[in-house]
Design a protein around this ligand. Structure first.
Ligand code: SF4
Ligand code: MG
Length: 335
């Protein structure tokens, strides 16, 4: 399969101003030079703590935010160089599902009206056609016709997320960016929504970017997983490989926090100390060095770049660079 979406050197910086309208005194590098692709029909999981830039990545691809720099290609076409009219057409192909469906559904509109709206925006002028499509998609997500007359507050959290998903599907999109779609739901409901999303993916040949804050949630739904830390991708590989052979200390720590189904299997717990530093003032060199149990001298000085360690498995860490190995050798010689 070929990439549906390609992101290259994407940056999103937010200015830090002195006072409300004061001059810019610095930048929050919410996304700092990330590159990845998503193949047609696959799911890329993007995982990291809150503030790592994963939501900003989704919003920048969606053009809800203007990128500071970098290229976003959809079906081989650069979104930056498209006219406003062309971007509007692409918007139909890329839809978003949000973490909190309640906040994203207008409380004063019926579900029917909410689901109809994207059809109106994208020029489906026949009202009967729109109503039929609303009913069709209510059924597809496991609701029924009579729900169209109800209001968001009359639904449970899980049902509201089904409505959020139906709304995203109304324009027959190719790519869905789901930003923590199950984080706000009870664990028992999470599995139902994840199963629904997987069924829909097969039925409609959807491509997903699935954003989550822990590796457990994305494990079964993702073909590949990217781990983000302070605006950068620190590791990316096939899902199986990520769980079997995590290379970055941060990924290892995130994984050691995921509960294992087999109680006889004891895994080594890696505890990372402290909070994530502020993206307004990231640490020098490797941004993870303030929390990394394997920190070396080189880590505070040189930023490790994402590099392929084995086929399809890339990591940004000096444990795998020449500089890092030189550091380890030097230390051995001193001992
Ligand atoms: Fe730890 Fe150094 Fe690797 Fe960063 S580069 S994750 S500080 S070992
Ligand atoms: Mg977020």
């Amino acid at each position: 399969s070929k990439p549906l979406l390609k992101v290259e050197g994407l940056k999103k910086y937010f200015p830090i101003r002195k006072g409300l309208i004061g001059k810019t005194v610095g930048h929050v590098k919410a996304i700092d030079d990330i590159s990845f692709y998503v193949n047609e029909g696959e799911t890329l999981g993007i995982v990291g703590e809150s503030g790592c830039g994963k939501s900003t990545t989704g919003r920048t691809i969606m053009r809800l935010l203007e990128p500071t720099e970098g290229v976003v290609e959809f079906e081989g076409r650069d979104l930056n160089s498209m006219s406003a009219n062309e971007v509007r057409k692409v918007r139909r192909d890329i839809q978003m599902v949000f973490q909190d469906p309640y906040a994203s559904l207008n409380p004063r509109h019926t579900i029917g009206k909410i689901l109809e709206e994207p059809l109106i925006v994208h020029g489906v002028s026949n009202a009967k056609e729109r109503r039929e499509k609303v009913v069709e998609f209510l059924k597809i997500v496991g609701l029924s016709e009579y729900h169209a007359k109800r209001y968001p507050h009359q639904f449970s959290g899980g049902q509201r997320q089904r409505i959020g998903i139906a709304r995203a599907l109304m324009t027959n999109p190719k790519l869905i960016i789901a930003d923590e779609p199950v984080s706000a739901l009870d664990v028992s409901i999470q599995a139902q929504v994840l199963n629904l999303m997987q069924d829909l993916q097969k039925e409609f040949n959807l491509t997903y970017i699935f954003i989550a804050h822990d590796l457990g949630v994305v494990r079964h739904i993702s073909n590949r997983v990217a781990v983000m830390y302070l605006g950068k991708i620190v590791e990316i590989t096939e899902s199986e490989e990520m769980y079997a052979n995590p290379l970055h200390p941060y990924t290892q720590a995130l994984l050691s926090a995921v509960p294992v189904p087999d109680p006889n299997y004891k895994k080594e717990q890696i505890i990372i100390e402290g909070d994530m530093p502020s993206p307004a003032n990231p640490p020098s060199g490797c941004a993870f060095h303030t929390r990394c149990p394997f920190k070396m001298d080189v880590c505070t000085k040189i930023t490790p770049v994402l590099a392929e360690e084995s086929t399809g498995h890339s990591v940004a860490c000096h444990l795998y660079t020449q500089e890092g190995n030189d550091d380890i050798d030097r230390k051995k010689q001193l001992e």
